[in-house]
Write a protein that binds this ligand. Structure first.
Ligand code: AMP
Length: 349
């Protein structure tokens, strides 16, 4: 085992490549954008579309195992690779998480509670479903939504749904019941090739404009809620025969009940704190898992807060640099567009 192929070339792949290098693995990135954040620190890049047949053949020939940094990797491409070399997490995890309806059905099948939901394929479906949820709910595209994109919130019966289905693109969608949550948490967990499972402590997440702003550890939840999060992550990892790191996001109700929102079959933004507050970060944990090395137990030595640097936030860098207890991680992106993740900082508590 020497070379790891990574599909996707953003900051998650960049951080995976850095962790891989520390364990003496080489990395090859498959990403259509040249000089992407990951390629800047990896051993090579194949500049091609994720489903380019020739590129996939080259990746398979040059690597010993393939992993990925985002859940919208074409399932066909992952399955094709899996015929010649190990692909971790398994392509089934992609299939499950790419469609919000499939994902919720899978979670419910694992005994994990989610928001109630209806599949929406027309404006009529939407109006019927809204009536069932007393006019409140969140309409989302089933596929390809991220950072709150492709969503519409209905707060009451006064909210007029006219044309809402078409406004979201007229694509297969889902209406979720509105969850009146007290806080949002996520848990990062990993499963090794030998079936060992290790969970990090849950993080409490605050979003701004649909994008993660901060993750704070420990989260303000009691031990029973933390244990429920660990059990849910364990059930998901086991059911998928998973290998690698996964992120599971939850809403927490006032009584501590967890409602699962989504699973991310990859390292996750809400796990970036692990590089500052744990001996082994989520990135190294993922590399260990997909290469068959023993996992860390996920133990944490400090409390911390991770904050994303989004768009112009990058201008505050000098102030972060002046703080003695703050770890800074930048992603090698030259242009700071609004909403673009430029880096993150983590300070110890
Ligand atoms: P998502 O794209 O599913 O991660 O949703 C983005 C954000 O929208 C979540 O982090 C929540 O803050 C909010 N949200 C999503 N779904 C719901 C829901 N069913 N009820 C209430 N808030 C939601």
């Amino acid at each position: 085992m020497r070379t790891i192929g990574i599909i996707g070339g953003g900051q998650l792949a960049r951080m995976l490549a850095m962790a891989a290098a520390r364990l003496n693995f080489r990395t090859i990135i498959l990403e259509p954008q040249a000089d992407c954040p990951a390629a800047q620190v990896a051993n090579g890049q194949i500049v091609a579309a994720y489903d380019n047949a020739e590129a996939l053949e080259r990746l398979a020939a040059e690597c010993d195992v393939v992993t990925y940094e985002f859940e919208n990797v074409p399932v066909d491409a992952a399955e094709r690779l899996a015929r010649t070399l190990p692909v971790f997490p398994p392509p089934r995890a992609l299939e499950t998480s790419q469609d919000r309806v499939t994902e919720k059905q899978f979670l419910n099948g694992c005994g994990i509670e989610t928001a109630r939901f209806h599949a929406i394929d027309s404006q009529d479906d939407l109006e019927r479903a809204l009536a069932d949820f007393s006019g409140q709910g969140v309409l989302k595209t089933r596929r390809l939504g991220y950072d709150g994109k492709g969503q519409r919130v209905f707060r009451s019966e006064a909210d007029d749904p006219a044309d809402a289905y078409l406004a979201l693109g007229g694509v297969p969608s889902i209406l979720e019941s509105f969850v009146a949550f007290e806080r949002e948490i996520s848990i990062i967990a990993a499963r090794g090739t030998d079936g060992t499972i290790a969970c990090y402590d849950p993080a409490e997440n605050v979003h701004r404009n649909g994008i993660l702003h901060t993750s704070t550890v420990p989260a303000s939840i009691n031990e029973a809620t933390a244990e429920a999060a660990r059990l849910a992550a364990t059930a998901v990892l086991t059911a998928l025969g998973y290998v690698g790191v996964i992120g599971v996001e939850f809403f927490v109700l006032a009584d501590g009940t967890l409602i699962a929102n989504e699973i991310a079959p990859r390292v996750h933004n809400s796990g970036h704190w692990t590089e500052a507050a744990c001996v082994v970060s989520q990135f190294e944990q993922h590399i260990r898992a997909v290469t068959g090395l023993p996992l860390s137990n996920g133990a944490r030595h400090s409390g911390c807060v991770m904050q994303n640097l989004i768009g112009d936030d990058i201008d505050t860098l000098p102030a972060w640099l002046a703080k003695p207890d703050t770890l800074i991680h930048l992603y090698g992106k030259t242009e700071a567009r609004p909403g673009r993740k430029m880096g993150h900082v983590t300070w110890l508590d």
